[in-house]
Design a protein around this ligand. Structure first.
Ligand SMILES: Nc1nc2c(c(=O)[nH]1)N[C@H]1C(S)=C(S)[C@@H](COP(=O)(O)OP(=O)(O)OC[C@H]3O[C@@H](n4cnc5c(=O)[nH]c(N)nc54)[C@H](O)[C@@H]3O)O[C@H]1N2
Ligand SMILES: Nc1nc2c(c(=O)[nH]1)N[C@H]1C(S)=C(S)[C@@H](COP(=O)(O)OP(=O)(O)OC[C@H]3O[C@@H](n4cnc5c(=O)[nH]c(N)nc54)[C@H](O)[C@@H]3O)O[C@H]1N2
Ligand code: SF4
Ligand SMILES: [Mo]
Length: 714
């Protein structure tokens, strides 16, 4: 097959700054951080020798601040083991360097053959919420058009899906924060349920300096330390707590009846469940004292400006959708959503956690947050793509179900993975690694070797944040420009070039898969136009001119929508919906053999599966290895001391982690960060239970035992 013509486009794909850089001039670009959904504004500069970073003084989200990950992000650009050439697994079983044509020819021909022999669903795609809008859009289009497969989903299913499902049901649209983060700074009270922004989004804390915080977390986190009230429920019991807080809001006379009548429906059905959650019963299930429940409701109800915010702590459960809905019910009962200066929001997670779930890499979705089952949506998107609507596949499997089906008789036989490292980050990780190994063909596009590229048959080295142009949508639905400082290293291509190269080799017209991010974005604008997440009026020019554009933005004269719902919610009747939700236990509760709850989450100095941050020396100094937080009394009971290695065991398997004694933790709970590889993977413990609506795995509760572990020295 002939070489595709994607290499000539350097200036276009990387922008002017990178082109200057290659001529040797000192350059500076305004862009955004490599990592989380806060997307802190940064200025990157290259003086000919090294890349430096500083926070943008004028970007309102972080105004002059970064966290340790943001400050050290330039180290990502010079990691010694950066992938610089495609790798192909040879007959001897080893991955060996290959040329781009060889690698892409191989992948395209094998995908084509598998599709011919077993049908289009034999080939699957897995994306990521860290991908730019352009890449997420192109990946979804590649799956539906070039491969014709329904089998695509992405890691956002592990991240935001429960809040998305609850938000869509309640408000008719899902935007993490329906208001700018800076609004929080004027609040009087903020209830943070299952979120630890002091570690996961440190610059956000400046907006939370004034409000009094009520924090709901089984751990006394750095965020909880700043709270006026810390509720410490057992993991997996927040739904009972939220039902109980609603119960108290009503019985203590805080119900906003006028708001209920004019702006909502469904209160009575929701109340039918909450009525049975009187405070003493809630205390029994959650461990949160009645007085604290009452104080939380009083603080929220009596304040002027107040917000309820949720994070992964309440969402990553087999009942995450219902739990989030129960917190939304509480916010609705108090009359908060859609009011200036008050509201409900969910803190999204990955850099493009918001945009990544709007443009079609989700199993059930087309661009603009359209549903793939909706005939009108199919017709609209098919017209933009120049294909027959009937040629578009239907919905596929959600992320864990997809991973679980890989290499099974009914499941996909090949997987193209872009922007995720599931061998570390997926639940029941040992099982997922076995499924990946059972594939006929695993293709992974990444910047660096990861635990997942180790299993791949073909590895494609791609450009990273500061080497390419694009857009990201932050946690407040604001679309941002990611700009290139540098050209990608020799031998490295962009994800868009990879998709183009494969599509062309699989018989697609070259112009259907542009490699220019701007061209992809312009197409995305048309594809999203008229949809729930409408980007039609957002252009690179407007963004480059410094406009703050929050979707929906239906035309080029539209100023964008920083605050949703002030007049009406997005349902046809304009009203928000209470959800009738009832408590249920986690999939697993502690018992004989596994007497403790294990919960998982993050530490400040590592990001996600750690593929990027475990390569940054300062971050490794700060958080070098897997650890397990455990109460001193619990540790003593199981013969463990500070600094020991512990073996933590669930019904799925064991993890080895260094003991950290934490006096403020619940005695029935241990906590493990999930950033570490190998035997330190927290996801060796987590199970396959999923939320029935969102497909979210139960990352936040497993039943475990702990015991001392001696490294074998033989
Ligand atoms: N440093 C760092 N920052 C990050 C990331 C990272 O990996 N590292 N990742 C980014 C991404 S993708 C995301 S999604 C966000 C996540 O941001 P957060 O939601 O803040 O992160 P987590 O640590 O997963 O979970 C938050 C808290 O939930 C608590 N928790 C555990 N179980 C329960 C429970 O049953 N109930 C309640 N109420 N709380 C519980 C944990 O103790 C933890 O403190 O962070 C983003 N920012
Ligand atoms: N136990 C437990 N497990 C969890 C969670 C938890 O709280 N507890 N949280 C879950 C959550 S919220 C999330 S978001 C997931 C995240 O977990 P993952 O999906 O594994 O996310 P990352 O570690 O960010 O993986 C991104 C991979 O893509 C690469 N990459 C980065 N940018 C690009 C790009 O532009 N293109 C390409 N091709 N590759 C790129 C990185 O180098 C890295 O290898 O983990 C989930 N897993
Ligand atoms: S808070 Fe998030 S976006 Fe800001 S510097 Fe830290 S990792 Fe980057
Ligand atoms: Mo996430």
């Amino acid at each position: 097959m002939s070489a595709d013509r994607t290499r000539g486009a350097t200036a276009d794909r990387t922008g002017g700054a990178a082109a200057d850089r290659t001529r040797g001039a000192t350059v500076t670009v305004s862009t955004h951080c490599a990592y989380c959904a806060l997307q802190c504004g940064t200025r990157l500069h290259h003086d000919g020798r090294a890349v430096g970073v500083e926070p943008s003084p004028d970007f309102p989200v972080n105004r002059g601040r970064l966290c340790q990950k943001g400050w050290t992000a330039p180290a990502l650009l010079t990691v010694p083991d950066r992938l610089r050439t495609p790798l192909v697994r040879r007959a001897d079983g080893a991955l060996a360097p290959a040329g781009w044509d060889e690698a892409l020819d191989l992948v395209a021909s094998r995908l084509t053959r598998l599709r011919e022999e077993h049908g289009p669903d034999a080939v699957a795609v897995f994306g990521g919420g860290g991908l730019t809008n352009e890449k997420a859009y192109a990946l979804g289009k590649f799956a539906r058009v070039a491969l014709g497969t329904s089998q695509i989903d992405y890691n956002g299913r592990f991240c935001m899906s429960s809040a998305a499902a609850a938000g869509n049901a309640a408000f008719g649209v899902d935007r993490g924060l329906p208001f700018p983060v800076t609004d929080l700074a004027d609040a009087d009270v903020v209830l943070l349920a299952g979120a630890n922004p002091a570690e996961t989004m440190p610059p956000l804390m400046r907006h939370l300096a004034r409000p009094r915080l009520v924090v709901v977390d089984p751990r006394r986190t750095r965020t909880a330390e700043q709270a006026v009230l810390h509720l410490q429920p057992a993991p997996g019991t927040d739904l009972a707590l939220a039902l109980g807080l609603l119960h108290l809001a009503v019985t203590d006379g805080h119900l906003d009846k006028e708001y209920l009548d004019t702006r909502t429906t469904g209160f009575d059905a929701a109340w039918r469940y909450a009525v049975a959650w009187w405070p003493e019963r809630v205390e029994q299930v959650t461990g949160v004292p009645v007085a604290d429940q009452r104080e939380a409701v009083r603080l929220l109800a009596e304040a002027g400006r107040r917000y309820v915010l949720t994070g992964r702590g309440v969402e990553q459960h087999s009942k995450g959708t219902d739990t989030t809905a129960a917190f939304i019910n509480l916010a609705l009962a108090l009359g908060l959503p859609g009011r200036m200066g008050s509201g409900y929001g969910c803190l999204t997670g990955q850099g493009n956690g918001q945009g990544g779930r709007e443009h079609g890499q989700k199993a059930d979705q087309l661009p603009g947050y359209r549903m793939i089952t909706d005939p009108e949506a199919r017709a609209h998107v098919a017209a933009v793509w120049g294909v027959d609507p009937d040629s578009l596949p239907g919905p596929g499997r959600s992320a864990y179900r997809l991973l679980d089906a890989l290499g099974t008789p009914d499941g996909p036989r090949a997987l193209l993975l872009m922007g995720s490292n599931p061998v570390v980050s997926a639940p029941h990780a040992a099982h997922v690694a076995r499924r990946l190994a059972a594939l006929d063909l695993l293709v992974v596009a990444d910047l660096v070797p990861s635990e997942t590229t180790e299993l791949a048959d073909v590895v494609l080295p791609v450009a990273q944040w500061a080497e390419e142009e694009g857009t990201m949508t932050n946690l407040e639905g604001r679309v941002l420009r990611r700009r290139a400082l540098l050209a990608p290293p020799e031998g490295v291509r962009t994800d868009l070039e990879v998709l183009h190269g494969l599509a062309v080799r699989m018989g697609q017209p070259a112009e259907r898969f542009p490699v220019s991010p701007r061209a992809v974005f312009d197409e995305l604008r048309r594809a999203s136009g008229g949809g729930r997440a409408d980007y039609a009026g957002i252009t690179y020019e407007r963004l480059d001119a410094g406009e703050a554009l929050h979707w929906p933005c239906p035309d080029e004269d539209h100023p964008g929508t920083p605050r949703l719902f002030l007049d009406r919610f997005a349902h046809a009747d304009g009203r928000a919906r209470f959800a009738p939700v009832e408590y249920r236990d986690p999939a697993e509760t502690p018992g004989a053999g596994h007497p403790l709850h294990a919960t998982t989450g993050r530490v400040l100095a590592q990001y996600q599966s750690g593929a990027q941050t475990r390569r940054v020396p300062d971050l490794m100094d700060a958080a070098p290895e897997a650890h397990v937080e455990i109460h001193p009394d619990t540790a003593a009971r199981y013969g463990l001391s500070e600094g020991d290695l512990a073996r933590v065991t669930s019904a799925r398997g064991s993890t080895i982690a260094r003991v950290r004694l934490v006096r403020t933790l619940r005695t029935d709970t241990v906590f493990l960060p999930f950033h570490f590889p190998g035997a330190g993977r927290a996801n060796l413990l987590t199970g396959p239970a999923l939320d029935p609506v969102s497909g979210m795995p139960e990352f936040k509760v497993s039943a475990v035992r702990v015991e001392p572990w001696q490294e074998r020295t033989t």
